[in-house]
Design a protein around this ligand. Structure first.
Ligand code: APR
Length: 297
C-alpha cells in the first residue's frame, strides 16, 4: 500500500495522464493480489454500515484508507478491512455513489466509477500487443521503427520502404545523425509519412553468437525507451534483422515479443499499443505462434 501512496504523491507532483495510469494500474494489481483497504464504518439500526461523505453535488462517495497511519490523521472512527476488489465492486454497484476517496485527510485520491470500470475491465489498462501483416509505412499511430544499418543512410527492405515513403528529406536528416551502433536507436522527423516520429534502430547481423540476442533485445528496449521519452503511445515495429540480416524468424519473434512484454510490465500505462507489422505470411505465423503461446501480460 505504501507504493500506492507514493504513486499518488507523484501524481500530485507530475499531474500527468501516464502517472494516473500507473496509479490505476497499481490499484488493479492490489485488487488482483487480494490486498485490503481499511474502511471506516458506523452503526445504523444496530448494523455496521460503510461511512459515506456527501458532496456538494448531492452525490455520496465512499471512503477508504491505504494504511492505519492514514486513518489516524482524522477523527477516531471504527474501521474494518475490506479487499480492494470488494470495495471497487461495492462502489461500482451502489446507486447514488459517484466513487471512492482514498485517504481523504492527506494526498487524497478520488476514484470515480468510470475509472473503477476501467480497472475492473482491465483490458483498458493493459498495453495492447498486436500482430498484423502489412506495410509498416501505412501505420497511422504515433511512431514507426525502421530496421536500418549503422550508416543510417538508407538501404533495401523496410529501410528502403520507409525512406521512399518519407521522401528525400529523411535521408538529409539522417546524414546529420553520425550513424547508429547496433542495438541503439535514434529518432527523426517523418516528412511525408503519416506518423509523428520515425525511430531508427540497427539490428544485429545474425552470427549465431549469444550476443545476437542481447543486441536484438536492445533494439526493442532502446526504441521503446526513446518512444517513452517522446510521449509516444502507439508504435509499430517491423521484424528487425529477419531480412537481409538473416536472423532466424522464430528466434527473432521470441526476442521481440518477450522484450516488449517486459518493457510494458516495467512501465505500465506508458505505451498503449505495440503493433508488430510483418511483411510476409511466414513471419506473421512465427509471431502469432509466440503471441499465442504466451499470455500477453
Ligand atoms: N513493412 C514491414 N516490414 C517490411 C517491409 C515493410 N514495408 N519491407 C520489408 N519488411 C520486412 C522484411 O520482410 C523482414 O521481415 O522487414 C523485416 C526486416 O528485413 P530488412 O528490411 O531486410 O531488415 P534487416 O533484416 O534488419 O536488415 C537491415 O537491410 O534494408 C537493409 O538498410 C537495411 O542494411 C540494413 C539491412
Amino acid at each position: 500500500m505504501e507504493k500506492l501512496e507514493t504513486l499518488i504523491q507523484e501524481l500530485y507532483q507530475e499531474g500527468t495522464r501516464e502517472k494516473n495510469m500507473e496509479v490505476l494500474s497499481h490499484i488493479r494489481k492490489l485488487a488482483k493480489e487480494e490486498k485490503q483497504f481499511i474502511i471506516p464504518v458506523g452503526d445504523a439500526n444496530g448494523e455496521k454500515v460503510y461511512r459515506r461523505l456527501s458532496l456538494d453535488d448531492g452525490q455520496d462517495v465512499f471512503v477508504a484508507f491505504t494504511t492505519q497511519a492514514q486513518v489516524d490523521l482524522g477523527q477516531t472512527t471504527e474501521t474494518l478491512n475490506q479487499s480492494v476488489m470488494d470495495v471497487l465492486h461495492m462502489v461500482h454497484d451502489t446507486q447514488g455513489v459517484s466513487g471512492v476517496v482514498l485517504n481523504p485527510w492527506k494526498d487524497s485520491y478520488f476514484l470515480p466509477k468510470v475509472l473503477i470500470e476501467m480497472i475492473l475491465d482491465n483490458k483498458n489498462l493493459e498495453s495492447e500487443i498486436k500482430v498484423v501483416k502489412g506495410d509498416i509505412t501505412t501505420f497511422d499511430g504515433d511512431c514507426i521503427v525502421n530496421a536500418a544499418n549503422e550508416s543510417l543512410l538508407g538501404g533495401g527492405g523496410v529501410d528502403g520502404a520507409i525512406h521512399r515513403a518519407a521522401g528525400p528529406m529523411l535521408l538529409e536528416e539522417c546524414k546529420l545523425l553520425n550513424g547508429c551502433h547496433t542495438g541503439q536507436a535514434k529518432i527523426t522527423k517523418v516528412y511525408d509519412l503519416k506518423v509523428k516520429y520515425v525511430i531508427h534502430t540497427v539490428g544485429p547481423i545474425y552470427s549465431g553468437q549469444h550476443e545476437d540476442e542481447h543486441m536484438l533485445r536492445d533494439c526493442y528496449w532502446n526504441s521503446l525507451t526513446l518512444a517513452r521519452k517522446n510521449d509516444i503511445h502507439t508504435i509499430a515495429f517491423p521484424a528487425i534483422s529477419t531480412g537481409v540480416y538473416g536472423y532466424p524468424i522464430d528466434k527473432a519473434a521470441v526476442v521481440a515479443v518477450d522484450t516488449v512484454k517486459e518493457f510494458i510490465r516495467e512501465h505500465p500505462g506508458k505505451i498503449e499499443l505495440v503493433r508488430f507489422v510483418l511483411f510476409s505470411a511466414d513471419v506473421l505465423a512465427a509471431y502469432e505462434k509466440v503471441i499465442g503461446e504466451r499470455t500477453i501480460l
